[in-house]
Design a binder for this molecule. Structure first.
Ligand code: KG4
Ligand code: ZN
Length: 334
């Protein structure tokens, strides 16, 4: 089954052609990162406008690179949330217009489910699995009982991890997005600032990162007021050590509690080198699968991968009235 998948929930315009949920035939990602970096974060209106400018070209290029003829496409899949509404609607409109014009069935795919299925492109998810989904907008521990049967174990009560990385980077004068650069500098520093490990002692699966972020901001401001130097590499190492202690411990606890056969790391923060290095060592008795770097951050291949399993479970329609959703919460485990 050949699926044409479209992703535009934030600041990446992406189209992919994916065969049977696994085989990525072509994949174009046009990132607007450089544009938003000037503003220190994603500006929704600018993101939408750029999706409008680039969507058609990205669409055409993905189809051309796949060497697939339009008549051979079986299904169109598009991210319908959660995300920035203006951005989502550009992808939804393009996908719907294409599907309608060529009379293909279409389905809306949850962006977060897409992040999880990125792990299924080069591996096979084994159930039950526990997934840590950490990105700029989300920090979730999820239980995957089977394909497309996903429940929420815990989430952040305030900031998402990626968001905390981005804010810490900003106060340290580092460029946006903060995650990759803080990760890079952390590997050169030492955890000398001993920041708090939020919620580490709590026997539950929720997170909180805003206190940790504020601790960094306060230390930096105090240092500036006293004319003292902030050791940037050590601050990055200290922040990253706190974040990873919490993420790894809670993931381990969830995997044990729910007797997971596998742990999945997904979302932009799964690209974190420190996390990738530490998690296998610190959770040795579980198989851990992490998507390839290019499938960790936002992309359409993961939407095509998820769409295949969603189609097997729910089918698709030629109902072309797909709406966009800014939030799409997972059902809590009972
Ligand atoms: O999944 P994603 O591309 O977009 C969202 O759906 O949010 O994730 C982007 C987030 C940003 O906050 C970025 O700083 C973070 O992922 N990120 C990282 C790393 N690479 C990207 N965070 C920590 N370490 C990294 N290496
Ligand atoms: Zn994402």
């Amino acid at each position: 089954m050949i699926i044409l998948a479209v992703e535009s929930s934030c600041d990446e315009t992406s189209v992919a052609l994916v065969k049977d949920g696994k085989d990525v035939l072509s994949h174009i990602i046009l990132s607007q990162m450089d544009i938003h970096a000037i503003y220190g974060g994603v500006v929704p209106e600018i993101a939408s406008r750029n999706h409008v400018v680039h969507m058609t070209r990205v669409f055409e290029q993905a189809i051309e690179n796949s060497k697939i003829e339009i008549k051979d496409i079986d299904l169109v899949a598009v991210t319908h949330g959660p995300g920035l509404i203006g951005s989502l609607l550009v992808g939804i409109n393009a996908a719907t217009a294409f599907a309608f014009a060529h009379q293909k069935p279409i389905i809306g795919v949850n962006h977060l489910v897409g992040h999880l299925y990125a792990a299924n492109i080069d591996n096979d998810i084994k159930f039950p699995a526990v997934a840590l989904l950490a990105s700029g907008g989300h920090t979730e521990l999820l239980y995957m009982k089977d394909h497309m049967d996903i429940k929420l174990l815990g989430t952040t009560l305030d900031d998402a991890v990626g968001e905390a990385y981005d804010k810490v980077a900003r106060v340290l004068g580092l460029p946006y997005p903060g995650g990759p650069i803080v990760d890079e500098l952390a590997l050169k520093g030492v955890d000398t600032y001993h920041l708090p490990r939020p919620f580490l002692d709590k026997n539950e699966h929720n997170f909180s990162f805003s206190g940790l972020k504020s601790a960094v901001i306060n230390l930096v401001h105090n240092a500036h007021q006293k004319g003292e130097e902030v050791r940037i590499n050590d601050m990055c190492a200290s922040f990253q050590a706190s974040v990873l202690d919490v993420l790894i411990e809670k993931t381990k606890h969830a995997a044990k509690t729910y007797e997971a056969k596998q742990i999945i790391l997904a979302g932009g923060v799964a690209a974190n080198k420190g996390l990738r290095q530490r998690i296998a060592k610190e959770i040795p008795n579980f198989e851990i699968i992490i998507p390839k770097m290019e499938y960790c951050t936002d992309n359409a291949a993961m939407i095509g991968a998820a769409a295949y399993y969603q189609y097997l479970k729910e089918g698709a329609t030629k109902n072309y009235l797909i709406s966009g959703y800014s939030t799409m919460p997972f059902e809590k485990i009972t």
